[in-house]
Write a protein that binds this ligand. Structure first.
Ligand code: PGA
Length: 251
């Protein structure tokens, strides 16, 4: 199965409008037919990013949505609003949203439905905490997050999803999971998709790794059989690092 690799930059709460303009003007020089390149700027910069990348293959992704389309939810942004500015994908379930904003699996499952109902594709993040891995609970944790978040979807809906496995202890820490740990979990996730959906879908779904992916470890991680690219935090804020990671995905 030849799954096209994805390299997605999660800018988190970084980058002013001017910095966004500068980084995008550099990124526009990166082109790859082999890799889908995505960037997720903050809400304030989304519309601008969409217009700057209008004729580019680089896709603009949001970092979060609310599960309602509109209403009295001060400070929130809906899938319908993203649609109206030409944003076609959103990250849901990032560990920072789970941890700092108390987003439970049930809230996340509502967000997934809201996105898909508005024709917005989803990068759905799962990952275990360090203590859960140390207690050998990591497979159960991932299974539970996926079951509540995704396993109520039908086959067509699941085709709108990319999964990102991001062990929480590897995010922003400089510690990556090692290759056997990454491959083992990605293979486990693909098998869960197979048993809950079907062979074809499990062969087609892209599963990204995230957590301290850098220019110097990306090639090794991307060469693992069940890894289909990466969700990149810190290293996506610097053009030469992100460019090197895209090249690593090119193989
Ligand atoms: P990191 O972040 O690459 O800085 O570890 C990854 C992520 O949070 O998606």
């Amino acid at each position: 199965m030849n799954r096209k690799k994805i390299v997605a930059g999660n800018w988190k709460m970084n980058m002013t409008l001017d910095q966004t303009k500068d980084l995008i003007s550099q990124l526009k020089l990166v082109s790859s037919n082999e890799v889908e390149i995505k960037i997720a700027p903050s809400f304030t910069n989304l519309h601008y990013a969409v217009s700057l990348l209008d004729s580019s293959k680089i896709e603009v992704v949001a970092q979060n949505i609310h599960f309602e389309n509109s209403g009295a939810y001060t400070g929130e942004i809906s899938a319908e609003m993203l649609n109206s500015i030409g944003v076609k994908s959103v990250i849901i379930g990032h560990s920072e949203r789970r941890k700092y904003f108390n987003e439970t699996d049930h809230i996340l499952s509502k967000k997934v439905i809201a996105a898909i109902s508005n024709s917005i594709n989803v990068i759905f993040c799962v990952g275990e905490e360090l203590f859960e891995r140390e207690n050998n609970e990591h497979f159960d944790v991932i299974k539970n997050q996926l079951s509540i978040g995704l396993f109520e979807l039908d086959n067509d809906q699941l085709k709108k999803i990319v999964i990102a496995y991001e062990p929480v202890w590897a995010i922003g820490t400089g510690k990556t999971a090692n290759s056997p740990q990454i491959q083992e979990m990605h293979h486990y996730i693909r098998n869960l998709i197979k048993s809950n959906f079907n062979d074809d879908i499990s062969n087609e779904i892209r599963i990204l790794y995230g957590g301290s992916v850098k220019a110097n470890n990306a090639s090794e991680i991307f060469s693992l059989p069940d890894v289909d690219g990466g969700l990149i935090g810190g290293a996506s804020l610097n053009f030469s690092d992100f460019n090197a990671i895209v090249h690593a995905a090119n193989g």
